[in-house]
Write a protein that binds this ligand. Sequence first.
Ligand SMILES: *Cc1c(COP(=O)(O)O)cnc(C)c1O
Length: 560
Amino acid sequence: MEGEERARVISSLPFNPKIAYFSMEIFVDSKIPTYSGGLGVLAGDMIRTFADLNIPAVAVTLLSEKGYFYQEITEDGRQIEKPEVFDPKEHLVLIAKDVTVKIAGTDVKVRPWCYFVRGISGYKVPVIFLDTNLEENGKWERKLTSYLYGGNSDYRLGQEIILGIGGMKVLKALGFYSIYRFHMNEGHASFLALELYKRTKNVDFVRKQCVFTTHTPVRAGHDLFDLDKVLHFLEDFPDEIIPNVTTDGKLNMTKLGMFFSHYINGVAKKHRETSMGMFPHYSIDSITNGVHSLTWVSEPFHEIFDKYMPGWRMDPYILRSASGIPNDVIWKAHLRAKEKLIKFVNERFEQNFDMDKFTIGFARRMTAYKRPYLLFYDPERLRKLGEKFGGLQIVYSGKAHPKDVEGKEIITRVIKIGKSLKPEIKFVFIPNYNPDIAKLLVSGVDLWLNTPRIPMEASGTSGMKAAHNGVPQLSTLDGWWKEGYIEGVTGWAIGREDQESDDARDSRDMYDKLEYRILPVFYKYRERWTEIMKNCIALNASFFNTQRMVEQYVLNAYFL
Ligand SMILES: *Cc1c(COP(=O)(O)O)cnc(C)c1O
């Protein structure tokens, strides 16, 4: 308890939020590893934008004291997972408002911590981190807020009860009585609706207040819990809603969230169609994802944006006038960003990457549907491509979920092939992908590669980060790319949208695009290449940002 004495403690928040945003993971700061990937980074970008736009919101998440995991890669390319512990006392403020949640008849004490996300003009949005690691709690209960996405199904169920029900109780304890929209970011947060329902037993009343966003067509992204277990954990689960929220005798957290929401959305236009196929009984809208411009624009581009497009920080729509920036200014800024990446790679990983060589980046969660192996599908063709253009450089990064055996095998395979194509291909796999590495990569490479199997990528956001740094994308026509792509203008497509994804055909198309459409422009027509870079900023960064996205949430979801 001595630690708690050292923590900064407050007993109230001078604040009256109207919107509560619940997410299992949120990336607020690189030193707080309480996120795993796209979902948490998006949640963080959303909250940063709430703060920029002075939107009275509060966010709720789990403490995840031991993070997701720290990834090491062995000599032979295997992923090793270690805890990524952080000390809440160093980064968060303790709020003296404990609440109690019942799980399987046992009282679990939940303690809130707070982090303030500051907007451009200083406006602050609190993010509440829920902690069960308290002496009063039992052994199992104490660990519920240790590992993000760790443990078995019971552990996950316990975590989601803490998030949804514990989170609602904390908001009440804080005296936040004016919240009129509760936003569930994925089904992990759906239990919050039960807590609202318990107060009135009126479904319409709950619906009026709830908004639900679904983020993935991947099945593992939609939690299912044995109904018996749920009824055991939550003794007051309302029987009358069971037929509406179950699939084959299991509680479906996505259905639970959707059932209690008046507004549901997917995260890109194409993802809306996919989601309507998965949940045919619901009306689903779409709000295409974005990224927080100020967070993802690298330093060299900050400088030129400030000079040529003042005001872009408050209003990223201004980025549309990037077409007016002189080509050599853009190119020089890119070289500065590239130099930073090349230095990092050469110093940390004892490589000899070259500033003049075309460099391809691929970084995201390593999992089968994203096909990280596609670039290496035909190693000989790739090697020849390197030979023809005087060498190619490839940078990879990404974690596989500890239980995703296939994803881990893909890492090993990619590293093995990647290293075997010297000297025509230089390859590096940067361990422990995180937002700092992401920023280095999306700004420092010449081309961003994305190869998901259609329609599994709901949106994807790393390509938007690249666009903010003038880096064009080569991608299958899935997620946001269907909306952001103009062939040869903002980037290039792999395959066609109306064909089923096929590794052999898609990889051939990818190599052809590289050989005949991309590399020749990069090396022989630098002016045209720079025009493409400017198009990425003017056409895509000006639209695929969280400012536009949050405005759509406010107009379509919150004020509806
Ligand atoms: C942006 C980001 C992601 C999401 O990338 P996708 O291309 O959408 O898969 C994942 N992890 C980190 C660390 C990121 O910064």
